[in-house]
Design a protein around this ligand. Structure first.
Ligand SMILES: Nc1ncnc2c1ncn2[C@@H]1O[C@H](COP(=O)(O)OP(=O)(O)OP(=O)(O)O)[C@@H](O)[C@H]1O
Ligand SMILES: [Mg+2]
Length: 265
């Protein structure tokens, strides 16, 4: 996970559009067009999932939004009410945890507090409440090597929450976890998101995960990445991602997205 604030020269969008992307094209050296003329708006508090074939530019899109990769052309505006008083804080979470191996659970989460600018004397209280939130009580003094993959991602999530981002960019955050843990983590993420309702852009290979969690699923084409479909997911909230999977409307939408992915073979 990295935590970045947008560069000062980047434009702030109108308050009602926390993320607005217009005509974005990204070309890497060697003339690899990773993203081609992509436009997308994310609303305040919206949970948007992005699915698409491997190499279609999903990670690149998140990196452009966070300022890690430059655009060739187009416009990316990050703003929203949360950022009205200053620069928006963007939190990034990756598939593999990026915890500091030499630091305990508590110290790893403290990094998020540090970056958020929270006064030092309030760190302990914030860390304790986050540890409770991600259900890791009793593991405060463990090192990452002594935690399971799911627990490490919980610590990453707690560190991300400690930073208090205005927007969450999540790149296959549960992709390395087993099926059961992934479903549990999805449920936990929804529980936390219900409480804060910050905008989330969530990249995943897993169509079922996308439909279970998101308000909207964006389908990207193979490289160069373009948006080929956008589906509103209208299951009521709060949701239980486990029981949703038995709903026939759930299966129908998953099938439709599969057909849109146009996988080779
Ligand atoms: N730094 C880079 N330099 C050159 N090409 C790159 C770079 N980063 C990504 N690419 C290329 O851009 C394309 C999109 O890559 P990206 O990582 O965004 O795909 P992705 O959709 O996230 O794939 P996956 O689902 O496998 O994670 C790929 O063809 C990749 O090889
Ligand atoms: Mg990727």
């Amino acid at each position: 996970m990295t935590m970045t604030s947008t560069a000062p020269e980047r434009a702030l969008a109108a308050p009602e559009a926390p993320l607005s992307i217009r005509g974005l094209t990204v070309v890497f050296s060697g003339d690899v067009t990773a993203i081609d003329n992509l436009s997308l708006d994310i609303q305040e508090g919206e949970f948007v999932a992005i699915v698409g074939p491997s190499g279609c530019g999903k990670s690149t899109l998140l990196k452009v939004v966070s300022g890690l990769v430059p655009a060739r052309s187009g416009e990316v505006r990050v703003g929203g009410p949360a950022a009205a008083g200053g620069k928006p804080k963007i939190g990034f979470m990756f598939q593999r945890d990026t915890l500091l191996p030499w630091a305990t659970v508590t110290s790893n989460i403290a990094v998020g507090c540090e970056l958020s600018g929270l006064p030092k004397e309030q760190h302990a209280e914030r860390i304790a409440s986050l540890i409770a939130l991600v259900r890791l009580q009793g593991y405060e003094d463990r090192y990452p090597a002594a935690l399971s993959g799911g627990m490490r991602q919980r610590v990453s999530l707690a560190r991300l929450l400690a930073f208090e981002p205005d927007m969450f960019l999540m790149d296959e955050p549960f992709g390395a976890l087993d099926y059961q843990t992934k479903i549990i983590m999805g449920r936990e993420l929804l529980r936390i998101w219900e409480a804060s309702r910050r905008s989330i852009v969530f990249v995943t290979h897993d169509i079922e995960e996308a439909v279970a969690l998101a308000d909207r699923v964006i389908v990207m084409s193979a490289r160069p990445g373009r948006i080929v479909a956008s589906h509103a997911v209208e299951f009521e909230r709060p949701r239980d991602p486990r029981s949703l999977r038995g709903d026939p409307r759930f299966g129908a939408l998953v099938q439709k997205i599969w057909s849109e992915l146009a996988l080779p073979g």
